[in-house]
Design a protein around this ligand. Structure first.
Ligand code: NAD
Ligand code: UFG
Length: 341
């Protein structure tokens, strides 16, 4: 029998790509999503890619009864991947309670029900934001956690602590905390991808919309940083590579007899790219010019951060493989798909 996995936030950006990889690896997937930042048609996209329609529950993870009903109606769930969260950094400063409630209550509800329904482990979506502005790069998992600069970032730090405290209390579960760097791109089929609501806050969706003429131009937030070309540096990780890491983490968590009950992995490429370098990579890959101008710095931005992914490479046996130009071509194909539909 196929192992059954619950994917919360499974119609979202990273969640949908992970559902595809889980199904292709032979897992049976149940999605719960409240569609606050995605839409139900994503389930069709997943089915079009894999030929398998995942079970989909439209529901809110902050509601314990909804989750309890889900576990009763889908018996035998062995693992959870918890993507469900609100994720806009700026909005979290305006609406902190929304972020604390949504992100933390979701996690607490899942942890509460895991022993009751014999769920063995949870993979948690954390972020490199927990490192703040690093003292040095690349950054590995032993680097200090810095005070969070937004309520959103704080929910990731607190979530990691909640999981550690719960496991330390003797709860019969395991967990893998995955600290993502900057997920970008889309599935090569162009059937699923990132669907920002309103004006995109993140670089790549803004860039592809500017290239498509939906936005007049991209603003590069600052060119006076202490970096070779003056623009900020990030570690852009292809979303399909990222999704694959979740499948490996799940396998390890459910099968690994000698693994620590809580493990943490950086998921990045190990390579830093500046904003201007990313624009050039997009233009080289697609032959399409990105109208852009240099603007002022964005408040709260980190100057430079990129991952040391050695632990994930060696312990998980996972490595980011995509070439950034292929990733940019996929992002562009997805933008064209969205523009058409
Ligand atoms: P996303 O918004 O595309 O996906 C999250 C999904 O969760 C959405 O479909 C949303 O409708 C759903 N959701 C939110 N609250 C819910 C609730 N209470 N109940 C049920 N469903 C709910 O975001 P994403 O980019 O796919 O991010 C997934 C996870 O990864 C999040 O936890 C995010 O914080 C984390 N993360 C994302 C990034 C990034 O840059 N995209 C970086 C680091 C960490
Ligand atoms: N940028 C621009 N112009 C834009 C948008 C972004 O120049 O219109 C620049 C930013 O200044 C930054 C880089 O592009 O230097 C990347 O910015 P993003 O907003 O795409 O990503 P961040 O690294 O700022 O933050 C993202 C997520 C956070 C998460 C963090 C670490 O938005 O939720 O990665 O995982 F916490």
């Amino acid at each position: 029998m196929k192992t059954k996995i619950l994917v919360t936030g499974g119609t979202g950006y990273i969640g949908s790509h992970t559902v595809v990889e889980l199904q292709q690896a032979g897992y049976d997937v149940v999605i719960i999503d409240n569609l606050s930042n995605s839409n139900a048609a994503v389930v069709d996209g997943i089915e079009a890619i894999t030929g398998i329609r995942p079970a989909f529950v439209e529901g809110d993870c902050t509601d314990l009864d909804t989750l309890r009903t889900l576990f009763r109606e889908h018996p035998g769930i062995k693992g959870i991947i918890n993507f469900a969260a609100s994720k806009a950094v700026g909005e979290s400063v305006q609406k902190p309670l929304l972020y604390y409630r949504n992100n933390l209550v979701t996690l607490i509800n899942l942890l509460t029900l895991m022993p009751e329904f014999d769920v063995k482990g949870v993979v948690f979506s954390s972020s490199c934001t927990v490192y703040g502005e690093p003292d040095r790069n690349p950054i590995d998992e032993t680097a200090p956690i810095k005070p969070a600069t937004s309520p959103y970032g704080n929910t990731k730090q607190i979530s990691e602590e909640i999981i550690r405290d719960y496991v330390a209390s003797g709860a019969p579960i395991k967990s893998i905390l995955l600290r993502y760097f900057n997920p970008v791109g889309a599935h090569p089929s162009a059937l699923i991808g990132e669907l920002p609501l309103g004006v995109p806050q993140n670089l790549v969706p803004y860039l592809t919309q500017a290239a498509a003429g939906i936005r007049p131009e991209l603003t590069v937030f600052g060119d006076d940083y202490n970096t070779p070309d003056g623009s900020c540096i990030r570690d852009y990780i292809d979303v399909v590579d990222l999704a694959k890491a979740h499948v490996i983490a799940m396998e390890r968590m459910l099968d690994g007899k000698d693994t620590e009950p809580v493990e943490v992995f950086n998921l990045g490429t190990g390579r830093g790219l500046s904003v201007l370098e990313l624009i050039s990579a997009f233009e080289r890959a697609t032959g399409v010019k990105v109208p852009h101008k240099i603007g002022p710095r964005r408040a709260g931005d980190i100057e430079k951060i990129w991952a040391d992914p050695k632990r994930a490479n060696e312990v998980l046996g996972w490595k980011a493989e995509a070439d950034i130009e292929d990733t940019m071509r996929n992002a562009w194909a997805w933008q064209q798909h969205v523009t058409k539909h």
